[in-house]
Ligand binder design. Structure first.
Ligand SMILES: Nc1ncnc2c1ncn2[C@@H]1O[C@H](COP(=O)(O)OP(=O)(O)OP(=O)(O)O)[C@@H](O)[C@H]1O
Length: 792
């Protein structure tokens, strides 16, 4: 916060909480824009981080930067992902509790990049040993593998994650990363068989074709040209290969070896990828009875080899459907349309289940077998609210997921805020906010919610269709305030809703869903005979996946929506038991252009990410709160009673201090351990006074220091002068004394020379005398004369 305060006049405010007009969306956008244009992509709302995708490499993710943020108080440095990561880590280590970082935003907003950067931060800054290095590498390299199979180029993002991901990083008591676990959500299987214009299939297909060596492709019966595969040219993407495919393939191959995939695993895995491509090239034609038959046997032979299933059984399974007639099972031939549907269903099913297998395999290699207690930090990278031109079953699931996460955010933020006030004994009035529980209930309520109604239609006997589902919705939830169809709408709204549509009023806005395809996608059915064939596959991955799900679904198969609902419920439970941190990613423009800030697009995201709401909640009570000790430490110079030292309790010191500054009662509240300041302007005034005071103190200090320096220099000189003088005098005196002694001696010697030659008084020779007294410069005649003169 202090960092934010200091820098507030430089480029906007680093924390939206400090915005004066916190209810103004324009002021919010203004601040975001100002900072974005200076490449300041991060801004706080309290402890939530807002991130705007820069669409260019910034020099803020270096190891030096990581070290800078390591172990530093949250608000001391400018907002950064590393501050969020470090804060969660430090609290986890000190309080030994679990955390999660929820990263959300729309496609292309930068969620995956953010989660990778957090992971790298932990990899670089956490303590590690040589053995833990393996875990660290596996954690980091699980990303390229999952991205290869779960990401694709879309119109909005060249590397779009087509699944939701929650990753737990486990730490031991020393804070070293020792393991991990990944949960994946709703992979977009429909992409395997169909892509929108300008989009691609999952990366792995292109990586294999571009990067796989000749022998491998030959073994898989593939050609290097993606144009040859029907499932890869649906989107008519201008550049089918991306510049990264070849390189990414190498990374993925390396990752496989580090994550412990055996040669057999890889053989089966690539066999499945190739089988999907071959499946897409299977064509059907009508025989004389109007039944589907396979036109060319080449593709099916490859599939039979790669999946390890008998050729004739596979042929039959793709062109027939097994039905139960009373106690008998009969094979009914399919027409061409149904055969194409069966083919696509197989491709989607084997790809989807292989993805699940892949996640499990990675989890196996990340698992920490040690049973000692560990703490975790979870990273949730999940699709944001999505509104397309035509919204289908997938968008319905994604937006439902966002409703649940919004509910979690509001609950946890409000709860945390309320708990803090309670803990501190502060009264506050809860602010009104839109509780989206009503929409969650509309979707998920047992027997009455949309998912239950959809399931009923999917599972009931008789002719159920998307239209009959729509009618059921009108009948059962028609009077809900957040639901509308063309039939139920008023005249004005009616025009914008088609007969096959229904509209939900989400917390983030209205979304119209086309009911066509809901039943089929929710059922996700594979004809029973096809399932049986796959259960008997010699390809280990396929056999395991299908056998397992057969065992799971022996009673009543769960529909896709119900599976998703259940997985979301357990995700929310996981998150509720942890301490939250939030990163909200914003996409600045549709063209992936650096520096372009599209106001309209961003305003929309600010709204549906609930940022204004979050800011309101943060500001509803108090804009700023600080522990008494920290507050006093910073501002004690503003009051003579607390400066330079306050010896009593910090709370009393703060009370004296704010009385001296002149805080009005409505501007603050004193809690048990913290001071709460309601308005930013109060804090800014205090900060300004502190800045002014700091300057004064600095000038005083400077003056004192200069004075000290001068005094010291003077004293040094004085001492030197005295010393010099003393030396000089001493030297003079010594010289004088010597001269006298010397003269006396000479005269004595001279006198002796004239008197009795006594042994003791025998005159020394002139030379000897000279050596004794003045060895170098003795001139007897001149010196005796001088000495005699001196005596007078
Ligand atoms: N901090 C960043 N610095 C530089 N470029 C970034 C940053 N964040 C995102 N980008 C760019 O934006 C692109 C899209 O980001 P990312 O894949 O993380 O989006 P996303 O929100 O995960 O999208 P999706 O939901 O489709 O997966 C990246 O490929 C990268 O080019």
């Amino acid at each position: 916060m202090e960092g934010a305060l200091i820098a507030r006049d430089r480029v906007g405010v680093q924390d939206f909480v400090l915005l004066d007009s916190h209810t103004s969306e324009a002021a919010f956008l203004n601040n975001l824009r100002k900072r974005y244009q200076e490449n300041l992509i991060y801004t706080y709302i309290g402890t939530l981080l807002v991130s705007v995708n820069p669409y260019k490499e910034l020099d803020i993710y270096t190891v030096t930067q990581m070290q800078l943020y390591r172990g530093v108080n949250f608000f001391e440095l400018p907002p950064h992902l590393y501050a969020i990561a470090d804060n969660a880590y430090r609290v986890m280590c000190s309080e030994y509790n679990n955390h999660f970082i929820l990263i959300s935003g729309e496609s292309g907003a930068g969620k995956t990049e953010a989660s990778k950067k957090i992971l790298q931060y932990y990899a670089v800054t956490c303590p590690t040993t040589e053995q833990l290095q393996i875990v660290r590498d596996r954690l980091l390299l699980s990303n390229p593998v999952l991205e290869a199979f779960g990401n694709a180029k879309t119109l909005r993002n060249d590397n779009s994650s087509r699944f939701g991901k929650y990753m737990d990083i486990q730490f031991d008591f020393k804070g070293a990363p020792v393991g991990g676990h990944i949960l994946s959500y709703l992979i977009e299987k429909s992409r395997v068989v169909h892509q929108n214009h300008g989009e691609r299939n999952f990366h792995i297909f292109y990586q294999l074709l571009e990067g796989g060596d000749k022998d491998l492709l030959c073994w898989l019966g593939l050609e290097r040209n993606p144009q040859k595969y029907a499932y890869l040219i649906q989107g008519r993407c201008a550049k089918v290969f991306s510049i990264n495919d070849k390189n990414d393939w190498k990374i993925v191959r390396k990752a496989f070896s580090i994550i412990d995939f055996t040669e057999k695993d890889l053989e089966h895995l690539f066999g499945i990828v190739a089988s999907v491509l071959h499946l897409g090239n299977i064509q059907f034609e009508e025989d004389s009875n109007g039944h589907a038959i396979i036109r060319d046997g080449t593709q099916i032979k490859w599939i039979s080899k790669l999946l390890g299933v008998h050729l004739s059984i596979l042929q039959e399974a793709l062109t027939h459907r097994k039905i139960e007639a009373r106690s008998e099972e009969v094979l009914s031939p399919l027409n061409v349309d149904l055969a194409f549907c069966a083919r696509d269903a197989v491709a989607k099913a084997i790809y989807g289940r292989t993805f699940t297998w892949l996640v499990n395999k990675i989890n196996g290699s990340l698992a920490n077998k040690d049973s000692t207690r560990k703490t975790v930090i979870g990273l949730l990278d999940i699709y944001g609210f999505e509104v397309l031109d035509t919204n289908s079953f997938e968008q319905f699931c994604i937006n439902y997921c966002n409703e649940k996460l919004q509910q979690l955010l509001i609950e946890m933020t409000l709860k945390a805020e309320q708990e803090e006030y309670e803990l501190e004994g502060i009264e506050w009035e809860p602010i009104p906010y839109f509780n989206n529980k009503i929409i969650c209930d509309l979707v998920e309520q047992k027997h009455k919610g949309i998912i239950s109604i959809l399931d009923e239609e999917c599972l009931r006997p008789g002719e159920a269709t998307d239209l009959s589902f729509l009618e059921k919705l009108e009948e059962k939830v028609g009077d809900h305030a957040h639901f509308v169809t063309r039939k139920l709408a008023d005249q004005k709204t009616r025009k914008s809703i088609d007969w096959v549509d229904f509209r939900l009023l989400h917390y983030a806005g209205e979304v119209t869903y086309c009911a066509v395809g809901f039943l089929e996608k929710n059922n996700d059915l594979l004809y029973r005979n096809l399932k049986e064939v796959l259960c008997n596959s010699k390809n280990g991955i396929i056999r395991d996946c299908f056998l397992l799900s057969e065992l799971d679904n022996r009673r009543r198969p769960e529909t896709v929506a119900t599976q998703f609902k259940n997985s979301l419920t357990s995700l929310i439970e996981i998150l509720m038991s942890k301490e939250p941190s939030y990163v909200r990613c914003i996409k600045p423009n549709e063209n992936k252009e650096p520096g372009k800030f599209d106001d309209y697009l961003i305003r929309h995201q600010v709204k549906y990410l609930g940022l204004m709401e979050h800011l309101r909640v943060r500001r509803a009570g108090f804009a700023y709160r600080r522990k008494y000790e920290l507050f006093l430490q910073r501002y004690k110079s503003l009051c003579p009673a607390t400066w330079p030292h306050w010896h009593g309790p910090a709370a009393e010191g703060v009370e004296r201090l704010i009385k001296h500054i002149g805080y009005k009662p409505e501007e603050y509240k004193l809690g048990r351990t913290k001071i709460f300041i309601r308005f930013p302007k109060t804090l800014f005034a205090t900060e300004d006074a502190f800045e002014y005071r700091k300057h004064l103190l600095v000038s005083r200090l400077q003056a004192k220091y200069k004075g000290c320096l001068g005094k010291r220099a003077y004293q040094k000189k004085r001492k030197a002068a005295i010393k010099l003088e003393a030396c000089w005098r001493g030297a003079l005196a010594r010289k004088e004394a010597k001269k006298r002694m010397w003269a006396v001696q000479i005269i004595r010697n001279a006198a002796c020379a004239v008197q009795l030659p006594h042994e003791a008084q025998r005159p020394r020779s002139k030379k000897r005398l000279g050596q004794e007294l003045a060895p170098a410069s003795f001139h007897p005649g001149r010196d005796i004369r001088d000495a005699t003169e001196n005596l007078h």
